[in-house]
Structures are given as structure tokens and as C-alpha cells.
Write a protein that binds this ligand. Sequence first.
Ligand code: AMP
Length: 297
Amino acid sequence: MSGGIFFNRYFMQQKLKIAIQKSGRLNEGSLKLLKDCGISVENGGDKLKATASGFPLEVLFLRNSDIPQYVEDGVVNLGIIGENILFEAKPSIDVKQRLGFSRCRLSLAVPKDIDFMDVNWLNGRKIATSYPVALEAFLKSKGLQSEIHLISGSVEIAPAIGLSDAICDLVSSGNTLFSNGLKEVEVLLKSEAVLIQSKNLDDEMKELSDKLLFRMQSVLNARNFKYVLLNCREDKLSIMKQILPGMKSPSILPLADKGWYSMHSVVREDDFWNVIDALKANGAEGILIVPIEKMIF
Ligand code: AMP
């Protein structure tokens, strides 16, 4: 009898629906994040939909710009999308979780020989972009009257062919701007992949969504930290503890050699080299750095 209940619960369970980008920059990072959460998705061929294993999840592969609408309409429960696209399509949808990949910035750029002193240079000039909502909001905030020229791709060639005086486009490494003879003059917004969630999920979907979010946060936390092991003399323990406070406090284990200890702790990725320099300068030896797979606070 109880086996039957288990069977039903397991097989009749609803599936959470998540939309990710069909192809393009966010597709790979989205699938990698799901994989790191223990969820594998078959992404073969031109499939629009795939069932995942490792979590009751259905994945829909959609066009970037369609994802916010699908989430808002509740056709899917969750979506992974570039923040700047969300801003263009549905600024009213809240970001549920920043995901830390596909980082870029939406910037204004002008031909490199322009003597650009400040944004007033843009007044009355033509700016080519695929992101008119963000650009218009920026121009309004600065009281500028520029002409927005909407184009859907290859924005960076617009000044060279006489279509515009400036551009407003996504920049990641800056190589595209550089190779088109342009320079970045103003950052409008910083963007990364974000998770969005549809409003009004029923209780079961809400529970599933929270579980998936918990997995994602454990993976993202782990990506931001490294595990550090080091050896030091007893009289250095106090300073090492100050440099490496860890999540609660570091673990300290005596070594076989008297007066020596091994310290284990975690360090934030963005502060990593400063911490390592400080540890070395204060007498740490045999420092080992190990990646962390999941991190649960
Ligand atoms: P880069 O040469 O690395 O600065 O990249 C600039 C080009 O890549 C431009 O054509 C951008 O539209 C595009 N790009 C950069 N980052 C992203 C992103 N996160 N999502 C979508 N397109 C991007």
C-alpha cells in the first residue's frame, strides 16, 4: 500500500518549467549551472523542450527576448535571462537570483578620435542601438535630446558607415569596439545572467522552485570561494586567524612536528590574491588551494 503511494507521488509529481536561451551566450552557462546543480538536460538537435534528470524539471529552449513574456504569463515558472534583456522587455519583473555568468555592460561608444569630454557631446546626435529602452532611460535622466537609431545587429559598424555618431551596445572584453575603431565612453548598466520567477506559483511549484534556488545558491556560493589549507608555527596562529576568518572560524589541527599547525579555511575568490600575499608575508607555508563543489550556509 505505502509502496503505491510512493509510486504515485514519485511519478505523478508535477514538473517545474524553466526557460533558457535556445542558442547564444547564455545557453552554455545556463546548462552548466543546471549540471552543477545535479541536473542533466539532453540538448540534442533543434528540440524546443527537454525533460531533465536529477530534478522534476522541464526545460524550454526559447529566444532570449521571448523569455520574460513567457515567465510573466506563467507559461514557464522560471527563466534564465540576461539582465539587460529583462530591462528592455519587462523591467517590472523582479530578479530572483543573480547568477554570476555572462557578465557584460551596456555602454556608449564613439569613434576613437572624437574628443569626448562628457555625455553632453551626445546631444542632438544619432546613436545606434538594439537596446532602446535602456538608452532612452539614460538620455532622459541626463536631459539629452539624441536621436535613437534602432538596429537589430552589428551595431558597432554603424558609425563607420555613416549611420550614427555613436553606439550603445553590450561590451564584454571590449575587443569588438576596439576592432571597429570605437572607444567606450559611458557605462549605462552592468548586466549578468539572472533567474526570474513567475508570480502566483501554486504551493507545489513554489516548493520545487525554492529547492532549485537552494541548489543554485549552493553552487554559486562555492564558485565564489576557495578552500585554503596551510601550515604555520604556533605563534602565527592568531594572525593567520585574522587573515583567514573563514565562514565561522578556521579549523586548526596540530601537525606531527611539535609547535606546527595546519589551518583550514575558505577565502573569497575576489579577495583571493590579497589574502594569499598576506598569508605568505606572515609566515604561512605549504599553502594549498582547493576548489569547492557546493557550499551551504
Ligand atoms: P566583446 O568583443 O567581448 O566586448 O563582445 C562584444 C560583442 O558581443 C557585441 O556584439 C555584444 O553585443 C556581444 N555581447 C557581449 N557580451 C554579451 C552578453 N553577455 N550577452 C549577449 N551578447 C553579448
